[in-house]
Design a binder for this molecule. Structure first.
Ligand SMILES: [Zn+2]
Length: 270
């Protein structure tokens, strides 16, 4: 599943081809997770003024309205030549006068949704429960600390939920908790202040590193699977059950939490 760093890498790749471009036409394939919310033809003639991101949504800011794109479980975006033929899993094509932005999504859990702006309509609904952005100034230590104090939820589940801070998906949750030395099952409100300090630093470090890695391995074509592989190759614990812990040499453990795999070191994480 594409996580925040992949989406951010995708966003950065879209700025040059799309920012300032005028939409010529839009083609919709099979239904995605939600309806577009406007006639596709009504987007023709509008200009893309900015390419932003909120959580895992790419936000195309138009001169009138915004278009939110979510990659769902299996989606990826490509910038292609205008005459590239659509395949059976290409369900959204946005043509400008120079480029084609194409959403390829075999499982169709992705979404392309129009909203009058980022603060009302579908955008307001979809963004309502999103926590702060991890790489913006709103993600202070005190914000994280306050979020941890509010609940006994296991800390990994709290991070995955995204209500305190967005972007710590399944791979990154295992990694940041390992770096911070915190057991993934620990009730969030039992985290100590020093642990929370380490966790705050680890979240920023891991996501920053991950985006940098994606930025160096991907160019115009964003292939989520290839990207995840590149990050996993550098992961400390994720996907490494049975391998020696990099800190203590004990075998890395794996368990299920809420049907997702959690990788951790029993000895190093308290
Ligand atoms: Zn260890």
């Amino acid at each position: 599943m594409p996580e925040l760093p992949e989406v951010e890498v995708t966003r950065r790749g879209l700025i040059a081809p799309l920012q300032g471009a005028r939409i010529a036409s839009v083609r919709m394939g099979k239904p995605l997770r939600w309806p577009l919310g406007i006639e596709a033809a009504a987007l023709a003639g509008r200009s893309i003024t900015e390419v932003q991101r909120r959580g895992k949504y790419i936000v195309l800011v138009l001169d009138q309205g915004v278009v939110l794109i979510h990659l769902g479980m299996s989606g990826s975006l490509q910038v292609s030549q205008l005459d590239a033929p659509a395949g059976p899993h290409d369900h959204f094509d946005l043509f400008t006068d120079q480029h084609l932005l194409r959403l390829h999504d075999p499982r169709r859990f992705g979404a392309v949704v129009w909203s009058p702006d980022a603060y009302s309509g579908m955008a307001a609904k979809l963004f309502a429960n999103l926590g702060v952005e991890p790489l913006e100034s709103g993600f202070s230590f005190e914000h994280l600390w306050a979020g941890l104090q509010k609940t006994r939820t296991p800390i990994k589940q709290l991070l995955l939920g995204g209500q305190v801070v967005v972007g710590v998906g399944n791979i990154y949750a295992s990694e940041v908790l390992f770096l911070a030395g915190i057991a993934p099952t620990k009730p969030a409100n039992q985290t100590t202040r020093p642990q929370a300090r380490r966790l705050h630093a680890a979240i920023v470090e891991v996501l920053t590193r991950s985006i940098a890695l994606g930025g160096s391995t991907l160019r115009d074509f964003v292939q989520v699977d290839g990207y995840a592989g590149a990050f996993q190759a550098q992961a400390s614990v994720y996907g490494r059950a049975g391998e020696p812990c990099q800190q203590c040499g004990q075998p890395v453990q794996v368990m299920k939490q809420g049907q997702r795999s959690t990788y951790y070191c029993k000895r190093c994480q308290k």
